[in-house]
Design a protein around this ligand. Structure first.
Ligand code: TPP
Ligand code: MG
Length: 622
C-alpha cells in the first residue's frame, strides 16, 4: 500500500502550497509567501479551517477587499520578478467576483497569482445557496465561470481527488515565464471539507526550476545578420528584461554594440536614466528623442515586450520604409508580433548569446552621438519641469520631481492609472532596476495602495512611494487598514485635482470639454459644474489609521517628505493639491482614441478631422 495521508481537500491544498519552491540560477525560495483571504460561508470551514491548522507553515493575511488582496499579491510578485507570489481565498459569490478585476490585472501583466474562490455546493441538494447565480439551462454554472477568460488556467474541483492532477498543472502555469498569469481553482464549499486518502508524495517538497530557454540557433544567425546590416537599430526594453533579471546583460549589450534603448512602462529602469544611450520612455508617453529615433529606426529589437498601443503609439511609432523587427521573448505569441524574426527564449540567455556573436559589431559613432544628445536634452527638459515653481498650486511635474529628488536610489515609486503614469514614464529618473513599478497593462484604478503594500512586504528595506490621484484613492483605499494591522510602511502621495485630470484632458482633446470628469456638485438637470466636492482626503486617510501630512507648497511638501521618511511600521499619507490644468505635454507622439464620426459640435468635428490625419500614419507590419 502506498503511503497515504487522510486530509480534507482544503487541508491537502494548503499543505501542498507550503511545500512548493522555485529555483533559478541556483537560487531557491518558497513560491508562496502566504495566503490572503476574506472568509464567508463559502470558505470559512474549508480553506479557513485548513489555514488555521497549518498557520505555522504558511501565513494567513487578512485584507479588506478581495480585489485589493489580488493587487497586493501581484505587486509582490512583480517586485520579486515573478519568483514568488501569494494565494488568495474568497467566499462564494461577491467575494469571488471581486477578484475578477484582480485576475485580469494579473493575466494582462503576466504576473502569477493563485486564486481560490469558493464555489456553490457540488452536492446541489441545498441549492440555491445564498449568493448563488441560478441558471435555468445548466447546474454546472456559477459566477466563477467569469474567471475563465481572465485566467491562464481554470478548474473547478468537484471531488477531492481532482486536486492531485490539478495542482501540478496550476504550478506549471504559475511558474512558466511564458504562460504565467492568474490561475483559478474554484472550490465548492462542500468539496473543500471532504476527506480523502491522498498519496503522501503529493506533500513532499517540490522545486520548480525556472528555465532559461534558448532561442533557435538558425534564427540567431539571421538575427546577427540583420543587426550587422542595420544602420539605425533601436532596442525596445519591456518588462521581460526585468523578469528575466537581464538588466546587467542589457547594459553589456548596449555598451558593446552602441544600440540605443527606448523603455516601455514595464521595462523602465532596464537601464539607468542617465546612461547616455538610454533614450527614455518610448511611445505615446515617450520622450522626444526616443520617438524620433523610433520613427527612423530600420531595425527594432524588442526584448520582453508585448508591444502595447502605448509602446507603439498605436502603430505609428515605427515609420521607416522596410523597418524590420527582431523579438526576444519567452512567449512565442509575443515573439511573432509585428511579423518579427522570433527569438523565442529567455531575455538574458539570448542577449548573452547574441553578444558573443556580435563581438566586433558597433553602431555608427554619429548615430550614437545623436542618441547621447537626445539623452542630455531630455534630462534638461525633465529638470525644467521639476523646477517649474508653478503658482499658486503645485504642478504635478514638480511633485514628481520632489519625490524623485528626495528618494534614495533604491526606493520604489508605484502607480497605475490617471495622468501620473504618463508623467512618471517621461519624468521619473530611474536609478535602480527595481525603482519603478507601474501597473500599466490593465492600468487599474485601485491597484496603487494595495500594490504599494505588496511591494513593501516584498522588500522592506526600500521606501515605497505610492503616487495616486484623488480618483484612484477614492476607488480603493481600504488596504491602509491592512498596513496598520501588519505594521507596514508605505508613503502615499495623494494628488488632489478634483477628479479625473487625465480623462478630462482626453475629453477636451476629443471635443467634449471635460464632460463628467470633474468632482463638482450638480448644478442642473444635465451638469456637474457646481462647487468642487468638499472631500477631506486628509481626514479620510487619518481615520483609517495612517499618519497624515498636508502640503500646500514646495516648502511644506519637502518637509512632509522628510517627516514621512522617519516613520516606521505605519502608512503615511502626504496630501497635496495640484493644478489640474498644468499638464506635462506630449512629445512627438499620439494615441488612438476613436472620435465621433458625426456630431453637431464643431469641436468634435475638428477633433475628428485631426484624428483622420493621424490615422493615416498607422501601419501594419506584414
Ligand atoms: C478601474 C478603472 N476605472 C476607470 C478607469 C479609466 N480611467 C483612467 S484614468 C481615470 C481617472 C483617474 O483619476 P485620478 O486618480 O484622480 O487621476 P488624474 O486623472 O486626476 O491624474 C479613469 C476614470 C481605469 N483606468 N480604471
Ligand atoms: Mg485626480
Amino acid at each position: 500500500m502506498a503511503n497515504l495521508k487522510r486530509l480534507t481537500m482544503a487541508q491537502a491544498l494548503i499543505l501542498y502550497l507550503s511545500q512548493q519552491h522555485v529555483a533559478r540560477d541556483g537560487v531557491e525560495q518558497p513560491f508562496f509567501a502566504g495566503v490572503w483571504g476574506i472568509f464567508g460561508h463559502g470558505n470559512v470551514a474549508g480553506v479557513g479551517q485548513a489555514l488555521q491548522q497549518y498557520a505555522d507553515r504558511i501565513r494567513y493575511y487578512q485584507s479588506r477587499n478581495e480585489q485589493a488582496q489580488v493587487h497586493a499579491a501581484i505587486a509582490y510578485a512583480k517586485h520579486k520578478n515573478r519568483m514568488q507570489t501569494f494565494a488568495c481565498t474568497s467566499s462564494i459569490g461577491p467575494g469571488a467576483t471581486n477578484m475578477i478585476t484582480g485576475a485580469a490585472t494579473a493575466t494582462i501583466n503576466r504576473l502569477p497569482v493563485l486564486l481560490l474562490p469558493g464555489d456553490i455546493f457540488a452536492e446541489r441538494r441545498q441549492g440555491p445557496v445564498l449568493q448563488q447565480l441560478e441558471s435555468e439551462h445548466s447546474q454546472n454554472v456559477s459566477v466563477n465561470d467569469c474567471f475563465r477568460p481572465v485566467s491562464r488556467y481554470w478548474d473547478r474541483l468537484e471531488r477531492p481527488e481532482q486536486l492531485i492532477s490539478a495542482l501540478p498543472e496550476a504550478m506549471r502555469v504559475l511558474t512558466s515565464p511564458a504562460e504565467t498569469g492568474a490561475v483559478t481553482l474554484a472550490l465548492p464549499q462542500d468539496t473543500q471539507t471532504e476527506a480523502f486518502d491522498y498519496p503522501a508524495a503529493l506533500f513532499e517538497k517540490r522545486v520548480w526550476q525556472i528555465a532559461r530557454n534558448r532561442a533557435d540557433s538558425a534564427a540567431m544567425r539571421v538575427a546577427v545578420q540583420w543587426i550587422r546590416e542595420s544602420r539605425q537599430p533601436l532596442i525596445v526594453a519591456g518588462g521581460g528584461v526585468h523578469y528575466s533579471d537581464a538588466t546587467a546583460a542589457l547594459l553589456a549589450f548596449v555598451e558593446r554594440t552602441g544600440i540605443p534603448v527606448g523603455e516601455t512602462q514595464a521595462g523602465k529602469g532596464a537601464l539607468r536614466y542617465d546612461h547616455p544611450l538610454n533614450l527614455g520612455a518610448l511611445g505615446s508617453t515617450g520622450t522626444e528623442g526616443a520617438n524620433i529615433i523610433a520613427r527612423e529606426a530600420d531595425l527594432v529589437i524588442g526584448i520582453g515586450t508585448r508591444y502595447s498601443d502605448f509602446t507603439t503609439a498605436s502603430r505609428t511609432a515605427f515609420q521607416a520604409e522596410g523597418v524590420r523587427f527582431i523579438n526576444i521573448n519567452v512567449a512565442e505569441f509575443d515573439a511573432y508580433k509585428h511579423n518579427a524574426l522570433p527569438l523565442t527564449g529567455d531575455a538574458r540567455a539570448t542577449l548573452d548569446e547574441l553578444l558573443e556573436l556580435l563581438a566586433d559589431f558597433s553602431t555608427d559613432p554619429d548615430y550614437q552621438q545623436r542618441c547621447r544628445a537626445y539623452n542630455a536634452a531630455w534630462d534638461a527638459e525633465v529638470q525644467r519641469i521639476y523646477t517649474l515653481e508653478h503658482e499658486p498650486l503645485l504642478s504635478q511635474g514638480e511633485v514628481v520631481g520632489m519625490v524623485n529628488t528626495f528618494s534614495r536610489e533604491q526606493d520604489v515609486v508605484l502607480c497605475a492609472a490617471g495622468s501620473l503614469p504618463g508623467d512618471l514614464h517621461k519624468l521619473w529618473r530611474t536609478r535602480d532596476p527595481r525603482g519603478y513599478h507601474l501597473e500599466y497593462g490593465y492600468s487599474c484604478m485601485g491597484y496603487e495602495i494595495a500594490g504599494g503594500m505588496g511591494v513593501a512586504m516584498a522588500d522592506p528595506e526600500r521606501e515605497v512611494y505610492v503616487m495616486i490621484g484623488d480618483g484612484s484613492y477614492l476607488m480603493m483605499n481600504s488596504e491602509i487598514v491592512t498596513m496598520v494591522q501588519e505594521g507596514i510602511k508605505v508613503t502615499i502621495v495623494l494628488l488632489d485635482n478634483h477628479g479625473f485630470a487625465s480623462i478630462g484632458g482626453l475629453s477636451e482633446s476629443v471635443g467634449s470639454a471635460g464632460f463628467g470628469t470633474h468632482y463638482r456638485a450638480r448644478t442642473g438637470e444635465d451638469q456637474l459644474a457646481g462647487e468642487p466636492l468638499p472631500v477631506d482626503y486628509a481626514q479620510n486617510c487619518a481615520s483609517l489609521g495612517a499618519l497624515v501630512l498636508q502640503a500646500k507648497d514646495r516648502g511644506e511638501f519637502a518637509a512632509a517628505l522628510e517627516e514621512a521618511r522617519a516613520v516606521k511600521n505605519r502608512p503615511v499619507c502626504i496630501v497635496t493639491q495640484v493644478d489640474r490644468e498644468q499638464r506635462v505635454g506630449g512629445y512627438e507622439s499620439w494615441w488612438d482614441v476613436a472620435i465621433a464620426e458625426v456630431s453637431d459640435n464643431p469641436d468634435v468635428q475638428q477633433a475628428r478631422a485631426e484624428y483622420e490625419e493621424h490615422k493615416k500614419r498607422q501601419r501594419y507590419f506584414l
